[in-house]
Structures are given as structure tokens and as C-alpha cells.
Ligand binder design. Structure first.
Ligand SMILES: [Zn+2]
Length: 215
């Protein structure tokens, strides 16, 4: 199964990627996690990306594409498929992805857009706590860590993200919609877009995604 998940932060993309991995073996490829791993491993690409991030600039298309391509070409991804999150973010990236997948003879199955109203996202994001090291996200009510303030996965300290303030969240949603609209339209024109209602329970969303791919 080869998917792209599109959706604002807090819509449950991570949950869906985890379900797809545990049940179907599909490899989750989150751009954020991959960036952090490259930066931490101090690869050439990681060092390059870090320089832009430290200056508060967007990592350019070329660097982003190379980092993602490296992962997509791995044998395990070839074998089990992938679910992309956070990539592609621009038409240029979407076109590059298409070239990579064409080369590999592995076309995309679907582009799933999980959509919800702003209020739903607000209520989910308030209370989020993130891991400084591995990027795992917890929630004070819905998904608390086993030990307060400590990551279950890697034992690193957790932090409340400053960008999880309501005004910041609304601004991020606006920017998200503005930025993803062209990519969403690009895939709609290609007949690959599947829109899923993000208010549904995770299990229901999962079933809709799988049914969409099999259709
Ligand atoms: Zn962690």
C-alpha cells in the first residue's frame, strides 16, 4: 500500500500511520521524524537542513526531496509500501515524488485528506506534549505518558509546545490550508484524492482509508 496522508496537525495522521504499520506492515514516513533523524545522525543532508531550520527558514525543495527519496528507496519500503506524512508539501515536491515512484515502478494508490473543522483541531491540540528527542506526541487527557513528563519510548523529557497555544493553532491551520490546497488539487486532478471525515473515530477512519485503497 502506498499512501500520502494530508491533514492539519491534530487530525490523527500519526494514529492512522501507526495502525497501518501495525496491521499491514506499511512503513510510516513522516518528514518531521526523518528530518530529525538525519540531523541527529549528522549526515550531509541533515547538516544542510539544520542550517536552514536554525535560521528559521524553510528547508529548500531539493534538500527535502533528497532526504525523502533516500527513505523511499529503502528495500523495506519497496517491499511493504509506505504512508507519507508531511511530504510532499509543494507541487515541485509532488512532481519529484512521482518521478521517484515511476522509476521504482511503484505508483501511488491514494492520497487521503483527513478533514475537520478548526474547533475540533483546537480541542485536540490543547494539552499536547511532545518528546524533545524522538518526536513522539502525547496528550494530557487522551494519551498521557506512563510517567509524567517522560517519554515512554526513549525516556527523554517531554515539553509543552509553545505552538500549541490556541491563536498559534488557528494561524497554523490557516497556513496549512493555504499551503496544502495546491497539492490537494494536484492529486484531485489525477483522480487520487480521497477525502475522509476526521471527526470519525480512528478505527472508522482506518476502515475508510483501507476501503478507499481497495476500491
Ligand atoms: Zn521520545
Amino acid at each position: 500500500m502506498r499512501l500520502i496522508l494530508i491533514g492539519p496537525p491534530g487530525v490523527g495522521k500519526g494514529t492512522q500511520a501507526a495502525l497501518l504499520e501495525s496491521r499491514l506492515g506499511v512503513k510510516p514516513l513522516s518528514s518531521g521524524v526523518i528530518f530529525r533523524a538525519e540531523i541527529e545522525a549528522e549526515t550531509d543532508l541533515g547538516r544542510l537542513a539544520k542550517r536552514y531550520i536554525e535560521h528559521g527558514e524553510l528547508v529548500p525543495n531539493g534538500v527535502t526531496i533528497e532526504m525523502m527519496a533516500k527513505r523511499i528507496r529503502r528495500d523495506e519500503v519497496r517491499k511493504h509500501g509506505f504512508v507519507l506524512d508531511g511530504f510532499p508539501r509543494t507541487i515541485r515536491q509532488a512532481e519529484a515524488l512521482e518521478e521517484i515512484l515511476d522509476e521504482m515502478g511503484m505508483p501511488l494508490d491514494k492520497v487521503v485528506s483527513i478533514e475537520v473543522d478548526d474547533e475540533v483541531v483546537l480541542s485536540r491540540l490543547a494539552g499536547r506534549i511532545g518528546c524533545t528527542k524522538c518526536g513522539e506526541i502525547y496528550h494530557s487527557v487522551n494519551k498521557p505518558p506512563k510517567r509524567e513528563g517522560i517519554c515512554d519510548k526513549c525516556n527523554s523529557p517531554l515539553f509543552v509546545r509553545t505552538d500549541d497555544q490556541p491563536e498559534t493553532i488557528l494561524e497554523r491551520l490557516r497556513v496549512f490550508r493555504e499551503n496544502t490546497a495546491p497539492v490537494r488539487d494536484y492529486y484531485r486532478e489525477k483522480g487520487l484524492l480521497q477525502v475522509v471525515d476526521g471527526r470519525h473515530e480512528p478505527e472508522e477512519v482506518y476502515q475508510e482509508i483501507v476501503a478507499g485503497v481497495e476500491a
